[in-house]
Design a protein around this ligand. Structure first.
Ligand code: HEM
Length: 198
C-alpha cells in the first residue's frame, strides 16, 4: 500500500532545483574554461562561470540560513545504521523487487546512504570547489594576502578534481533519483513536495 506524505517544503524545492541548474551551468562553463570543448567561447564562458558562481554563493547564504532556522540541518547527521542494507538493496535488491530497507518520514527524509553522500558533498566537494574557486577569482591579490607562494597549477588541479567529483555525484544522484516507489516518484516529490511511500 502506498501513502502520500509531504516531504519537501517550498523553499527546499526552489533551493534544490536552482542549485541543480547552477551546478550544471557551472560544469558546462567550467569545462569549457578547462578547454574540453568550445560552446559559448572562452571569454563568455569565464564571465558566465563567475556570475553563476556568485549566484550560487548568494543561494547558499539563504540555504544555510534556512537549514539553521528550520532545524532541517539535522537531516544531514550521518548514521551507519542500515548502510549495509542500503548498499545491498542498490546492488541486488533493486533488480529483484526487494522491499526498500528504509522508510522515509518527514523527520528522516534521507536514507542512510543519502545522508553520507550529501555529507561528503557538504564537507569535502563543496569546500574544495569554493576555496579553490575563490583563490582563482582573487589571483591578482595573492601577493597582498601574503600567499604569493601558492601555485595556480595546484589550485586549478584541485578545482578541476572537485568538478569531476561533482560530476560523478550528479550521475549517481540522477540514477538513484529514479530508484523510488516508481521511476519518477522521487523526481515528482522534488517538484511537488509530495512523495509516495510504501
Ligand atoms: C559545481 C561547481 C563548479 C564547477 C563544476 C566548476 C568547474 C570549473 C572548471 C572545470 C574550471 C576550469 C579550470 C581549469 O581548467 O583551470 C573552472 C574554472 C574556474 N572556476 Fe569553477 N567550478 C565550480 C564552482 C566555482 C565556484 C563556486 C567558484 C567561485 C567561488 C568558481 C570559480 C572559478 C574560476 C574563477 C575559474 C577560472 C576562470 C578563469 O580562467 O578565469 N568555480 N571551474
Amino acid at each position: 500500500m502506498a501513502e502520500r506524505i509531504y516531504i519537501f517544503k517550498r523553499f527546499e524545492r526552489f533551493w534544490h532545483w536552482s542549485q541543480a541548474a547552477l551546478i550544471m551551468f557551472l560544469m558546462l562553463t567550467g569545462f569549457e574554461v578547462h578547454g574540453t570543448y568550445n560552446f559559448f567561447g572562452y571569454e563568455a564562458a569565464v564571465d558566465f562561470h563567475t556570475t553563476a558562481a556568485w549566484t550560487l554563493v548568494g543561494l547558499w547564504v539563504f540555504a544555510v540560513f534556512w537549514h539553521l532556522t528550520t532545524g532541517e540541518w539535522k537531516q544531514y547527521i550521518p548514521t551507519m545504521e542500515k548502510v549495509d542494507a542500503m548498499l545491498k538493496f542498490y546492488l541486488t535488491g533493486i533488480f529483484t523487487d526487494a522491499p526498500h530497507p528504509f522508510k522515509q518520514t518527514t523527520v528522516s527524509k534521507h536514507n542512510p546512504l543519502q545522508r553520507l553522500a550529501y555529507l561528503f558533498v557538504l564537507v569535502i566537494i563543496n569546500p574544495l570547489i569554493w576555496t579553490t574557486g575563490w583563490f582563482y577569482l582573487f589571483y591578482s591579490s595573492w601577493n597582498d594576502w601574503g600567499v604569493g607562494w601558492l601555485s595556480l597549477e595546484w589550485v586549478a588541479f584541485f578545482h578541476v578534481a572537485a568538478a569531476f567529483m561533482m560530476l560523478i555525484f550528479l550521475i549517481a544522484h540522477v540514477y538513484l533519483a529514479t530508484a523510488g516507489h516508481t521511476a519518477t516518484s522521487h523526481i515528482k516529490a522534488m517538484l511537488t513536495g509530495w512523495e509516495d511511500v510504501d
